[in-house]
Design a protein around this ligand. Structure first.
Ligand SMILES: [Zn+2]
Length: 272
């Protein structure tokens, strides 16, 4: 575990509570080290830690940062026209940021409990075949605060395709995701962030309100910042993926927002 020395000392002091060792790996200073509510703590020690009598055990309870409530959203103005606008952040002064998660082939079961414990909204940009493989997994995420948006069928670099082929990829994924989840996506993220004018036109013609880019990316539990290291701005869009390091990446993204005084908000609420 990549913990700074003081944290190691704290941890070893607390190792009598075995649950703490489970998910501690990526928590920088903003992680809250409240007593675990999981029943895997020793019998007889847990009575003071139970948050509510009805809560089912969640191994991530107390392991994700707590945020101030998101402010009432202020939707932005989108330019009209024949192309969908490209957004890498939401122009706002509100202290909010947006977590987006791409692809969907790797479905870590912990993602559901983690989202539930964190209580934050996220936008999932899914490949329609990856969603179709196990819609129940994503429906559980939706039940816990996720929304579903489009990311093509075949994950091809859009500029290599004709306008018509781009349209098939965008409309095709949106139609399928709409069928699977009951709501047709209205936002699109191009694979690899690659796009051209045809992408923006095809996205518009498929009913997409905007094409989404990003500011920060998260991989293997580390945030890559644009500009000054460690700094995020209000309205920033953070990109991570459904990957093996899902838990570390999700936690790192939230810790970065917390360290910058930003609260996760729902992207869709800002795009009218
Ligand atoms: Zn992708």
């Amino acid at each position: 575990m990549r913990l700074p020395r003081p944290r190691r000392r704290l941890l070893s002091a607390l190792l009598v509570l075995p649950v703490l060792a489970l998910v501690a790996g990526c928590g920088p200073k903003t992680t809250q080290w409240s007593a675990p509510s999981s029943p895997s703590a020793s019998p007889g020690r847990g009575q003071a830690a139970s948050p509510t009598p009805t809560a089912s055990p969640n191994p991530f309870d107390g392991k994700t940062p707590r945020f101030d409530p998101a402010p009432p959203p202020e939707p932005i103005n989108l330019a009209g026209g024949p192309t969908a606008p490209l957004l890498s952040s939401i122009p706002t002064t509100q202290k909010v940021a947006f977590l987006t998660i791409d692809d969907g082939w790797i479905k870590k079961p912990e993602a559901i409990a983690l989202l539930k414990a964190s209580g934050v909204p996220v936008s999932l940009f899914l490949l329609s075949p990856a969603a179709k493989e196990n819609p129940a997994f994503f429906k559980e995420l939706v039940a816990n605060g996720a929304t579903i948006q489009a990311h093509t069928v075949n994950h091809l670099s859009m500029p290599s395709l004709s306008y018509e082929r781009q349209k098939q990829e965008i409309c095709g994924s949106a139609d399928e995701l709409g069928k699977l989840f009951g709501t047709r996506p209205t936002l699109f993220r191009p694979p690899f962030g690659d796009y051209n004018q045809n992408t923006l036109r095809a996205a518009h013609d498929c009913g997409m309100k905007a094409v989404l880019y990003w500011k920060q990316t998260v991989d293997k539990g580390k945030v890559r910042y644009q500009g000054e290291w460690g700094k995020m701005q209000p309205g920033d869009i953070v990109l991570m993926h459904f990957r093996e390091a899902y838990v570390d990446d999700f936690t790192a993204a939230l810790n970065a927002m917390k360290a910058n005084g930003l609260t996760p908000a729902l992207l869709e609420n800002y795009i009218p």
